[in-house]
Structures are given as structure tokens and as C-alpha cells.
Design a protein around this ligand. Structure first.
Ligand SMILES: Cc1cc2nc3c(=O)[nH]c(=O)nc-3n(C[C@H](O)[C@H](O)[C@H](O)COP(=O)(O)OP(=O)(O)OC[C@H]3O[C@@H](n4cnc5c(N)ncnc54)[C@H](O)[C@@H]3O)c2cc1C
Length: 503
């Protein structure tokens, strides 16, 4: 089958755009389609984490993104009586060598991603083009499209990434159901500018008010985000009017200094698609999972999806890895994303109660267990291409140390496999394997204690192999362990198989 591109990406939102940029970096050809002619001008996501910044670093735009973000320095949880139940500082440089929590204005970051796509050879985003059908055929996938002039086209690719959002057409086309987590809730989201007024001292406040749960968040510049849960008796038509916004804002900020930019009602929901793969089609982002935005992880999870998938597509496209590697996308990512959806959904139940008695019990519980409202630690991946089944040190995100010269680890390693080992363990490897590592373009080996000591102590071993998405393939303590891990790197394994055949 002749193909128009290696990959067609349906959806040019933040997840689809990131996928396109990553595919271009990997040297794959890709066509992105988005039914909207223009980039969406308003924000939904307002927070991302250090892992997302690390991904953006890998794409070469983290420094530019950092200029349009601000670190989120602290979070409060406040009750009906304005008692601060929890005050948590969040302004810290995390294990990923970036701030663990940053706030941003989504269009600023999406603009940078689109500029990157334009500058990247081999990939393009076609705006105003809607995918109307997707069919798996021998050798690839066919995508039917229609443009704003009614022109229809049939496009072919080896694979499709469906990043077409919560209402995913692709999920519907393949009849993929979703499972529901927690209770759906409608929230009014208000973005605007606060002029000549500092607002709250705390950067983010969860108002766990049983009369009306609400949220305040400081964004870059003068921007602020407020969210108000709709309660029984609210009129959805009235609540989006300027008068209603002013009424609701009164308990949250100095309204005479606030100019609303937009207000809209969203349904916060927890959903996980039952299948994430249908032949050559992979669901990613909100098409695969949606979380209530309590921990600000929905978009972060979508970026993790494509970070997980694209190096695998690259290895399979180059014939270095078997197609079966692609099955690990769903087995690894689905349990990980489910963790965040489940946790956010149960946190939402706690924060969103409208029952005064339940709220009283909850407040009592939070006073004695403040950690109950903290952002949880990200879990390990589900079973897949790593040794996490047998060793709990594996399948987790590896750290990114800042090196002695001030650069970050990934600036040196890029998106390659990383072998980091203590010199004694490395020198006990068979000489042929050491030589093979030295010439393997997919692998970077680091032995300098100044560079590897922190990685090894964080991983808890004398040798560690990390995948191109920085998740740990395995950790070892002996040369035998390290040899086993290195032989799992697809490029090393396929070179070893060729050498054995020629012997
Ligand atoms: C109020 C709110 C606050 C949030 N806050 C956060 C936060 O702080 N942090 C966080 O990480 N997440 C947050 N989220 C979640 C986050 O916004 C989403 O997870 C993220 O936007 C999903 O990105 P996506 O690219 O998967 O989907 P979308 O952004 O929905 O993009 C999908 C794209 O696909 C296009 N499309 C759809 N169908 C077709 C088709 N048939 N053909 C072509 N194109 C198509 C659409 O035009 C759209 O551009 C929040 C969500 C909401 C609602």
C-alpha cells in the first residue's frame, strides 16, 4: 500500500501537536488534521508538572515555555468558614530538574508547539480538515477527510494516533466504550485579568465550601483562573452572564479590579476508554482518558501517552523492534492513567460535597490527615517493556540530575536509551558487548561517577538502563544483570541476532 505519511495524527490539540513534533524529531513523516481552522483561543489546562517540562525539553522548547509559565509556589485548602485546612508549599525543583508545578496560559504554550511543528521537516498540521472515517486495511490505516470547502480525500498511513479529544470520533467509529469513575460535575470556568491588585497571597486555593465549591489560581501576568461548581438551583444560561460572574467572584477576589475574559461551563468527568488500540490506530490524550482537573493531570497524562508511544513507533518503523512492542503502549499507559483518573475522581468527591455534615466530617479528617489532599506520587507503568513485574525499582520514571556544568542530563542523552553504570560493573561485561554499545547509535553509555551517582542511588542499584521516554527498563547490581538489561535494548538485541546468524 502506498502511504501519504508514516503516521496520521487526528486532532491538533496539545496532545496531537506534541505527537507531531515528536514524530518529526524521530524522523518519521506525519500529517496532523484538526477540524478547527484556528488554534483554540482560550485555555482549559492551567497547570503542568516537571515531567511535562522534561518532555518539552526533549523537543527543545522548554526554555521558551518556561518564559510563559510561573512556578506555583503554594496551595491552600479552605473550608466554608474560611479556615485554612491545609497549606502546602509546592515551589520546588523536582526530580525531573524542573519545577514540579507550573501555571500557564494554554494558548501561549500551544503557539510555541505549533511554531515548532512548522519548523520541523517531515511533519505538518492541516487545519480545518475533519477526519470522517478511519478504517484498518492490510498494511496500514485509511482516513477519510473533509475540508471546509467540502473537498473529500482518502489518506493512508501506516499508523494513526487519535488525539481527537474527549468526544473522540475515532473512539465512536470503533465502538470503544469508556468506563466511568466518580461523579460528573458541572463547573463554571472564568479566566480574566486582575489589575493593580495582588489577589490572594497563595497561588492556588481550593475553596471546599459546601455552599459552592470553588477554585482560585494565579496565572502568568495579571491572569487569574476561577472555577465555581454549579449547584442545584443554578440556571446554566444565567450563570455565564457578567452579572453572575461578578456575584460569584465576590467571595474570591476584589471584583472591582477584575476583568473577565471568558466564562464557560465544563463537565468534569472521569473516563477511561476500554481499548486504546484498534489495529494500527492508537487512542491518546482525552480520547483515551479524562480526569477531573483536581491535580491538573489530564493534559500531563496525554503528553505521557505520546512520549510512551512515539519511540516505539520509531523502533518498529526502522525494523529494529518487532510490532509486538506496540502492544505495550496500552498495557503500560492504561493502568498509569487510570491511577490518576481514579485518584482525582475520589478527591473530587471529597472536595465537592454539598452536604454540611459530610463537609464537617471531611474537615475533621483533613485536619488530622493533611496529606490526604496532597498530589500523590506518580505510579509505575503497567506491565510492558520493563522489568517492573519482578523488580519494583523498574517501570518508574527515572530522575534527571542537573550536571556539574549546570546542564541537565537529557541535554546529553537526548531521547536515546541510557546505560548508566558503575565502572566496575561495566568493565566486567563481555568485551564484545562493550564494543557493541560503543557503536550503537540508539544508546548512550555514562560511567562518570559525577554524572551517574545520583541516577544510580535514586534507582537503588549499581547499573540502570533507561528507555528513551526516561522510564526505567531495569536496575541491576552485577555485570550479569547489566548484560541481561542491555540485551533487551532492541537495537543491541537485533545487532546480536545478526552477528549470531553470520557466525
Ligand atoms: C476546565 C479544565 C481545566 C483543566 N485543567 C488542567 C490542568 O490544569 N492540567 C492538565 O494537565 N489538564 C487539565 N485539563 C485537561 C486538559 O485540558 C485536557 O486533558 C487536554 O486539553 C486534552 O488534550 P487533547 O489534545 O487530548 O484534546 P483536545 O484539547 O480536546 O484536542 C482535540 C482536538 O481534536 C480536534 N478534533 C476532534 N475531532 C476531530 C476530527 N474528527 N477530525 C479532526 N480533528 C478533530 C479538535 O478540534 C481539537 O483541537 C483541564 C480540563 C478542563 C476542562
Amino acid at each position: 500500500m502506498s502511504i501519504d505519511a508514516d503516521v496520521i495524527v487526528i486532532g491538533g490539540g496539545p496532545v496531537g501537536s506534541t505527537a507531531l513534533a515528536m514524530l518529526g524529531r524521530a524522523g518519521l513523516t506525519a500529517i496532523g488534521l484538526d477540524r478547527d481552522r484556528e488554534m483554540w483561543p482560550t485555555a482549559r489546562a492551567v497547570h503542568f508538572d516537571g515531567e511535562t517540562m522534561r518532555t518539552l525539553q526533549g523537543l527543545g522548547i522548554a526554555e521558551d515555555v518556561a518564559k510563559v509559565t510561573i512556578p506555583m509556589k503554594d496551595v491552600d485548602v479552605v473550608n466554608e468558614a474560611d479556615e485554612i485546612l491545609v497549606h502546602a508549599p509546592t515551589d520546588r525543583l523536582g526530580d525531573q530538574a524542573w519545577n514540579e508545578h507550573v501555571s500557564f496560559h494554554q494558548p501561549d504554550v500551544e503557539r510555541l508547539m505549533r511554531q515548532l511543528i512548522e519548523a520541523t521537516p517531515g511533519v505538518e498540521l492541516r487545519c480545518g480538515v475533519t477526519a470522517t472515517d478511519v478504517v484498518n486495511v492490510p498494511g496500514g490505516v485509511e482516513v477519510s477527510t473533509i475540508d471546509p470547502d467540502g473537498m473529500r480525500q482518502l489518506m493512508r498511513a501506516r499508523w494513526v494516533i487519535a488525539a481527537d479529544g474527549a468526544r473522540s470520533d475515532v473512539r465512536r467509529i470503533f465502538g470503544i466504550e469508556t468506563d466511568k469513575y466518580g461523579e460528573d460535575a458541572q463547573w463554571l470556568v472564568v479566566d480574566g485579568d486582575l489589575i493593580d491588585a495582588p489577589g490572594h497571597q497563595t497561588d492556588m486555593i481550593q475553596f471546599a465550601r459546601y455552599s459552592r465549591p470553588a477554585l482560585w489560581l494565579r496565572l502568568p501576568g495579571n491572569r487569574v483562573r476561577m472555577e465555581f461548581m454549579l449547584v442545584p438551583g443554578d440556571d446554566p444560561e444565567e450563570i455565564v452572564t457578567p452579572a453572575a460572574v461578578e456575584r460569584l467572584s465576590r467571595g474570591v477576589l476584589p471584583v472591582d479590579r477584575f476583568t473577565p475574559e471568558r466564562q464557560a461551563i465544563y463537565t468534569f468527568r472521569g473516563r477511561i476508554a476500554r481499548r486504546w488500540r484498534e489495529g494500527g490506530v492508537f487512542l491518546a490524550g482525552d480520547a483515551a482518558h479524562q480526569a477531573p482537573p483536581l491535580f491538573g493531570q489530564g493534559l500531563c497524562a496525554g503528553i505521557r501517552d505520546v512520549e510512551n508511544l512515539i519511540w516505539k513507533l520509531d523502533l518498529v518503523a526502522r525494523g529494529v523492534a518487532d510490532e509486538s512492542l506496540l502492544d505495550t503502549y496500552e498495557t503500560e499507559r492504561k493502568p498509569h492513567a487510570t491511577f490518576w483518573v481514579e485518584t482525582a475522581a475520589s478527591q473530587a468527591v471529597m472536595i465537592q460535597t454539598l452536604d454540611a455534615k459530610v463537609a464537617e466530617g471531611r474537615d475533621e479528617y483533613i485536619r488530622s490527615h493533611p496529606e490526604a489532599t496532597a498530589v500523590p506520587t506518580s505510579p509505575a507503568l503497567g506491565a510492558g517493556f520493563h522489568e517492573g513485574d519482578a523488580d519494583e525499582r523498574a517501570g518508574r520514571l527515572g530522575i534527571q540530575p542537573i550536571l556539574a556544568d549546570g546542564t541537565r542530563l537529557d541535554d546529553m542523552v537526548g531521547t536515546h536509551f541510557l546505560v548508566a553504570a558503575d565502572r566496575a560493573v561495566h568493565s566486567a561485561l563481555p568485551a564484545a558487548l562493550r564494543a557493541a554499545l560503543d557503536t550503537d547509535a540508539d544508546v548512550v553509555t555514562l560511567l562518570d561517577p559525577l554524572k551517574v551517582d545520583r541516577i544510580l542511588s535514586a534507582a537503588g542499584g549499581r547499573a540502570v538502563v533507561m528507555r528513551p521516554d526516561h522510564y526505567i527498563l531495569g536496575v541491576g547490581d552485577t555485570a550479569e544483570d547489566l548484560e541481561r538489561l542491555i540485551l533487551r535494548i532492541p537495537s543491541v538485541a537485533s545487532a546480536a541476532a545478526v552477528a549470531a546468524e553470520n557466525r
